[in-house]
Design a protein around this ligand. Sequence first.
Ligand code: NAD
Ligand code: WQD
Length: 356
Amino acid sequence: MFKFFVVLLQAEKNKHMNILVTGGAGFIGSHTLIELYKAGHTALVVDNLYNSNREALRRVAELIGIPEVPFVQADIRDRDALEKIFVQNSKIVNGKIVNGFDACIHFAGLKAVGESVAKPLEYYENNMNGSFVLLDVMRWHGCKNIIFSSSATVYGDPAVIPITEDCPKGQCTNPYGQTKSMLEQVMTDLQKADPEWNVVLLRYFNPIGAHASGRIGENPNGIPNNLMPYITQVAVGKRERLGVFGNDYPTPDGTGVRDYIHVVAALQAIERNAGLAIYNIGTGQGYSVLDVVKTFIRVNGVDIPYQIMPRRAGDIATCYCDPAKAAKELGWKAQFGLEEMCRDAWNWQKNNPNGY
Ligand code: NAD
Ligand code: WQD
């Protein structure tokens, strides 16, 4: 499990917010919804279900204890559908029609690194165009607060470790990473041109795990690209063995080191009228592939056969962040360690061997 925790610190305590969550049926989005409701907020999800399942939202509702999560199945590139959502959710205040969303948490996008190399046009079109339409519709309806799910991938091969937010963005080696980097720039320029916008760029490192209930979790289509879902599929018997991509990196055991995190969404900066804010979302602790494998085996008592393979193209040796800025400005600190992430990821997979 990982706890998707939302740092929903508010200037006015107990202020209720209604949040538009794009891509809310997905891995990070579904966990974030639980934290939003737990903090007393409400949400409307827009998702085209390209990489997710309606069942995730049913289970989220069950975990929150509400009949259903407000949901519109639509593509964010569909301007008419987005317009309709904003119109239908507007409210009347002092005789005037006003926008009904306090902010948007924007998760919708395609995210498979390897696939983006094979299908660059699809990735650029979906991620860029979807965000353009979303931002434009938000603007016309006066909703100018956005939290964008960016990625550590924007740092490329990082100039310094641990990575601070000041670290220059690097050369992204794949179209997926390019879309994140370019969209960060688009939103930065938008905020500069119109300071009414509050833009929070969250650079997620490696979110893994699942809700502790085992009811929701990561549910990749086909062969998992990422380490943890691959491990859980080996554990459940769907794959024979894990391939460890390289053991000759300049790291303590030669395997790649990453910053695995129970995810987060932060709204606090928006409440503070932050303008533009950028945060690394990681623990500050790097673990190697073999650290993860060994911890998974120890915590869960299941064997994970593995085999050393050649390096994966585009991989870097080490990537972990300095989380001090989020701690200082958001009061946010990762609460769960690798053991809990391994335990909860397995709890989800063993209870849902075939996903949703
Ligand atoms: P996910 O694929 O589980 O969720 C993304 C959701 O967006 C899916 O439900 C998908 O159906 C939906 N979607 C995609 N294109 C859409 C469109 N045009 N219109 C409407 N819905 C659309 O991915 P996730 O792991 O939950 O990631 C969420 C966001 O965080 C993504 O933007 C991703 O790039 C980013 N991120 C993820 C990670 C990670 O390792 N999981 C790391 C850094 C950043
Ligand atoms: C982690 C480590 C692999 C699979 C990716 C994206 C990044 C972000 C998070 C979205 C590496 C090794 C993996 C396997 C392995 N996503 N590995 N065998 O590459 O750090 O980051 O997901 O924004 O943008 O690039 O994560 O989980 O793929 O790999 O040995 O079967 O595990 O080489 O060292 P990565 P990952």
